[in-house]
Design a binder for this molecule. Structure first.
Ligand code: NDP
Length: 293
């Protein structure tokens, strides 16, 4: 499995399995299938409610624990220094792990940034004490990153963001590149462009994507994953279906040429699929509480 080297030297498998919206009772099978098929990186989150099943799959798999890169996220209702330390304890206990490979803040709280900073300082402490191997953020925009870098010591290793051809966030990607932060794409095959309901146009059906897929004898999903990987990003496609889990990792035997990359880059629509990061507040999203292990 190809890896990216994080800014503290830790290698992270470029491609991982995402488990957002994977029901707990399907998570063990999906993760076991992925590990069997060669995945070595799983992306979960406290708020997904399936950390326990991710941990169970890792324990039951034939793949040794140390070969699997486990990433999870602290939810906003656990922000604050002591709260975030406690949040780590809950995630680690559910996963059944003493050490988490990558722990990231799920969102910035722009209107409550002191709380976000306190949460990040807790991640710094967990890193210094070896409870996590790397720390990072998710859905942080340039203003949030600038404020974070000003006030803290450890540069985030990763920023996990909505990235697919319809929404590429170039300004954030450039900022991350300049600061040695790995861009990690959520919805890398554009899930957010089709799973949230009617009126959405799936990027998988875009004629530019299907045409390139035809040229390479690959699927639209494989083309989008390749597009991300070739631009130096980490990608974490989600599926619960073994044939798609297999399809999504079979992306290392072809290369998009410069014109194909350009054609995909030209699909930018300026339309964000997920929540506007500036509007994420405790009032809007903080009612979701993370249960004890
Ligand atoms: P993805 O781009 O991974 O798309 C997932 C959707 O595509 C699912 O509906 C899946 O259905 C379907 N699918 C999977 N493989 C294929 C394929 N080969 N061909 C056609 N359809 C396919 O979207 P996600 O939003 O799930 O993003 C991936 C991961 O990123 C998440 O699971 C999560 O770990 C993370 N994430 C993080 C967020 C954050 O705020 N930090 C927000 C959203 C996601 P099926 O399962 O039925 O195959």
């Amino acid at each position: 499995m190809q890896t990216l080297t994080l800014n503290n030297g830790v290698p992270m498998p470029t491609l991982g399995l995402g488990v957002f919206q994977t029901p707990p009772d399907e998570t063990r099978a999906a993760v076991m299938a992925a590990l069997d098929l060669g995945y070595r990186h799983i992306d979960t989150a406290a708020v997904y409610g399936n950390e326990r099943e991710v941990g169970q799959a890792i324990r039951e798999s034939a793949v040794p624990r140390e070969e699997v890169f486990v990433e999870t996220k602290t939810w906003i209702s656990d922000y604050g220094y002591d709260e975030t330390l406690r949040g780590f304890d809950k995630s680690a206990a559910k996963l059944g792990l003493d050490q988490i490979d990558l722990l990231i803040l799920h969102q910035a709280l722009p209107a409550d940034f002191d709380k976000t900073l306190a949460a990040y300082r807790a991640l710094e402490k967990l890193l210094a004490e070896g409870y996590v191997r790397a720390i990072g953020v998710s859905n942080f925009m340039v203003d949030h990153l600038t404020a974070l870098l000003d006030a803290t010591t450890v540069v985030p290793a990763v920023n996990q963001l909505e990235i697919h051809p319809y929404f590429q966030q170039r300004a954030v990607l450039d900022f991350d590149d300049r600061h040695g932060i790995v861009n990690q794409a959520w919805s890398p095959i554009g899930g957010i462009t089709f799973y949230t309901g009617e009126g959405r146009q799936s990027v998988l059906d875009d004629p530019a994507v299907t045409a390139i897929a035809g040229v390479h004898g690959k699927s639209p999903a494989q083309v989008l994953l390749r597009w991300g990987i070739q631009q130096g990003r980490s990608v974490i496609p989600k599926s619960t279906r073994p044939h798609r889990i297999a399809e999504n990792i079979d992306v290392f035997d072809f290369t998009l040429d410069a014109d194909e990359v350009k054609a995909l880059n030209a699909l930018e629509s300026g339309r964000r699929g997920g929540p506007e990061p500036e509007n994420v507040t405790l009032a809007a999203y903080g009612h979701i509480l993370i249960p004890e292990a």
